[in-house]
Design a protein around this ligand. Sequence first.
Ligand SMILES: CC(C)(COP(=O)(O)OP(=O)(O)OC[C@H]1O[C@@H](n2cnc3c(N)ncnc32)[C@H](O)[C@@H]1OP(=O)(O)O)[C@@H](O)C(=O)NCCC(=O)NCCS
Length: 179
Amino acid sequence: MDPIYEKGQGAAVALAEAATVRPARSGDLDAILAIRNDAIENSTALWTDTLQTPAEGAAWLAAFLDKGAAFVAEHAGEIVGFGVYAPWRTLEGFRHSAENSVYVRTDRHGLGVGSALLDVLITSARAAGYHVMIADIESGNAASIRLHERFGFQDVGTVREVGIKFGRWLDLTIMRLAL
Ligand SMILES: CC(C)(COP(=O)(O)OP(=O)(O)OC[C@H]1O[C@@H](n2cnc3c(N)ncnc32)[C@H](O)[C@@H]1OP(=O)(O)O)[C@@H](O)C(=O)NCCC(=O)NCCS
């Protein structure tokens, strides 16, 4: 288990209560991009090695902002996490199925921020008329699997060795919540 998480347990409730989740704005881009690029560089949460440039990040974020589907968690004046959702697949037959992404700054893992963000994503997607929410999770990502379980997502299967990063195969666990 992540040692930051173990150390942080006592403070979890306090930070989760103090963190505010609000709709993201274009001015949040730098903070969001720093969290996202850190995950690209140092984790198997995002299956790419290519960091996003500010221009690419702006275009990526704008698509979510247009739909009111991007949120940030703020604590003590700093952005400590973000969450977005979008249709799971691009073909229009998938339009009632959303896929979520939740990212918390590494030094704030295990303190309730991811839960605060996912709660808002679920409420927002439900209000927007989505029928199902999906999370595609690298199978070794215990924190993300637990986060989604606690909101009622069910593991609907694992697809073995469909990704590769850091020189090893990655399995994909798909989790589903009926909204
Ligand atoms: C996954 C992530 C978003 C979770 O956010 P978080 O703020 O750390 O999670 P929370 O503190 O809200 O905890 C949510 C649940 O996960 C559990 N958890 C947190 N970290 C954990 C860990 N390292 N191992 C196992 N469980 C963990 C918590 O105990 C809690 O469950 P509980 O209610 O049963 O106690 C965060 O760890 C993160 O940003 N990771 C890197 C990016 C990533 O993997 N994103 C998801 C891509 S699918």
